[in-house]
Design a protein around this ligand. Structure first.
Ligand SMILES: Cc1cc2nc3c(=O)[nH]c(=O)nc-3n(C[C@H](O)[C@H](O)[C@H](O)COP(=O)(O)O)c2cc1C
Length: 135
């Protein structure tokens, strides 16, 4: 699939098969996230990955919009390290950095035939909207 088709055909997928996702595929998907541009090249992104069914279940219990997680084969938590923010604008740009990163991840997964969906948590200035309770 060329990049234009890939962009146009990607959709949010919330039902999954039992097919296991290879660790090498997960690594490459995250690597694609890391190729996304960042403001001032601040590169503040960090990733947590789990394929553990118990952890996926626990995540779903906390996330109001994450009820598909127990059925998923993997979750990639896209995080950022505030100590890596560049100058005074770092915090202002982090949402854009993370948006570009997440989109790359979704497209890379789609290219590999892996259905994915983005689950919104951040910003947390209204946590009761995103979380069933506090972690
Ligand atoms: C910032 C952001 C947060 C999102 N959060 C969720 C979410 O928590 N749960 C969910 O099922 N989908 C979530 N989505 C996916 C949207 O619902 C989805 O992209 C939209 O309905 C359009 O469908 P499409 O992705 O298939 O084109 C989110 C999308 C974005 C961009």
């Amino acid at each position: 699939m060329n990049i234009l088709e890939l962009i146009k055909k990607r959709r949010s997928i919330r039902n999954y098969t039992n097919q296991q996702i290879k660790k090498t595929d997960l690594q490459e998907i995250i690597e694609c996230g890391m190729y996304a541009p960042t403001a001032h090249n601040q590169q503040a992104r960090e990733f947590l990955v789990t394929q553990d069914k118990e952890q996926l279940l626990r995540l779903s219990e906390h996330l109001r919009f994450g009820k598909m997680l127990p059925n998923a084969n993997a979750a990639i938590l896209t995080c950022f390290d505030t100590t890596k923010f560049t100058g005074v604008t770092g915090a202002d740009f982090i949402q854009q950095d993370m948006g570009a990163c997440t989109q790359n991840i979704l497209l890379a997964a789609h290219e590999k035939g892996i259905g994915s969906v983005r689950i919104g948590i951040y910003p947390t200035n209204n946590p009761e909207y995103f979380l069933n309770d506090h972690f």
